[in-house]
Design a protein around this ligand. Structure first.
Ligand code: GYE
Length: 326
């Protein structure tokens, strides 16, 4: 049977009508009435500027004027809420499920349910660790280990003149963004005996927790000269904590950050952030393109990594800042 009973049914009715009328006139050439494609999108939450830009990009791509009905669910960084949302999507019989997973593990059961219901699942942004990869149709997102390695390469070539005492602010533990960026730093630590990790904790990718962690570091009197912060929002919190303590970000402490959202790039320009590794959140048109391919019966590559860059004072330009859409 056709994957799209809504089209075949319309055509069948037109053909029957033509038969009943006994008319020989050709069937009208207009496009058959197209129902909207229903997409259920389970989003991680609203923890960061990156996330909000990602949500907006998805909402714009899956608009009614583009032929979609988007059912959006914000899971507030809780995997249980995402599992419930996916079950609701299955129950509602959506055409596609798009999942931006909080963490990598724990999806096998619910994705098997989506598979049994015949609903394609597209994973976006972070990855999942599935027991077998037939549980999802495809994934599109970033090379998080590559991002971590990129930051380490910069530290290696720009901070070689002094021993590093690193404060590491991690993202939401168990998420691909945290796992990859942390693994990149760990590689750097293992090959640089002169780099010392003096503090490591998770700030869950939020500004408030980033600030709290750096305040705790300062209160404990830990000596440090680098902050390796796994996203821009935690960096903003860290900067506030440093400034409140009378320290100058970029001078007293070198800050490495991830995402490269517009405000962070302004801080690269002003020297408060020394290096920002880009992570592109504008996945809406990319996922939409995948769905269009699937609608036309084409396959989509199983894994797609988006291209990304990184910026420091030497590479940032006012033009780049202006053109930044997020
Ligand atoms: O870096 C962070 C967000 O998964 C790439 O999640 C995403 C990360 C991003 O909250 O800001």
């Amino acid at each position: 049977m056709s994957k799209h009973p809504r089209y075949s049914l319309t055509l069948l009715c037109l053909a029957l009508l033509a038969l009943l009328c006994g008319c020989t006139a050709p069937v009208p050439v207009e496009e058959p009435y197209k129902e909207a494609i229903v997409v259920g999108f389970s989003q991680v939450g609203a923890e960061s500027d990156w996330r909000n830009a990602n949500t907006l990009s998805m909402q714009q791509a899956f608009s009614a004027s583009n032929g979609y009905r988007l059912i959006f669910d914000d899971a507030q960084q809780k995997q249980e809420k995402q599992i419930t949302a996916i079950r609701n999507f299955i129950h509602q019989g959506v055409d596609y499920i798009v999942l931006a997973p909080t963490t990598e593990k724990g999806w096998d059961t619910v994705l098997a349910e989506a598979k049994a219901a015949g609903i394609p699942v597209i994973i976006v942004d972070r990855m999942i660790e599935a027991e077998n990869d037939s549980l999802f149709t495809c994934w599109i997102g970033s090379d998080f280990l590559g991002e971590g390695r990129n930051a380490v390469r910069w530290m290696d070539s720009h901070l070689e003149d002094r021993p590093l005492r690193i404060v590491h602010l991690q993202g939401n533990i168990g998420s691909s963004a945290q796992i990859g960026r942390t693994a990149g730093l760990n590689e750097g630590l293992s090959t640089h005996p002169e780099w010392e990790l003096v503090y490591r904790a998770s700030g869950d990718f939020t500004q408030a927790k980033g600030q709290e962690l750096v305040e705790a570091v300062l209160t404990q009197g830990i000596d440090f000269n680098v902050i390796f912060s796994e996203n821009d929002n935690m960096t903003y919190g860290a900067i506030d904590a440093l400034k409140n303590a009378g320290l100058t970000p970029g001078k007293d402490v070198t800050i490495i950050s991830f995402d490269a959202s517009r405000h962070a790039l302004e801080l690269v320009m002003s020297g408060e952030i020394s290096y920002d590794v880009e992570c592109n959140p504008l996945h809406g048109p990319r996922v939409e393109n995948i769905i269009q391919r699937l609608e036309s019966g084409l396959e989509s590559p199983k894994l797609t990594y988006v291209e990304e860059s990184a910026f420091d004072a030497a590479t940032i330009t006012p033009g780049l800042l202006e053109s930044r859409g997020y």
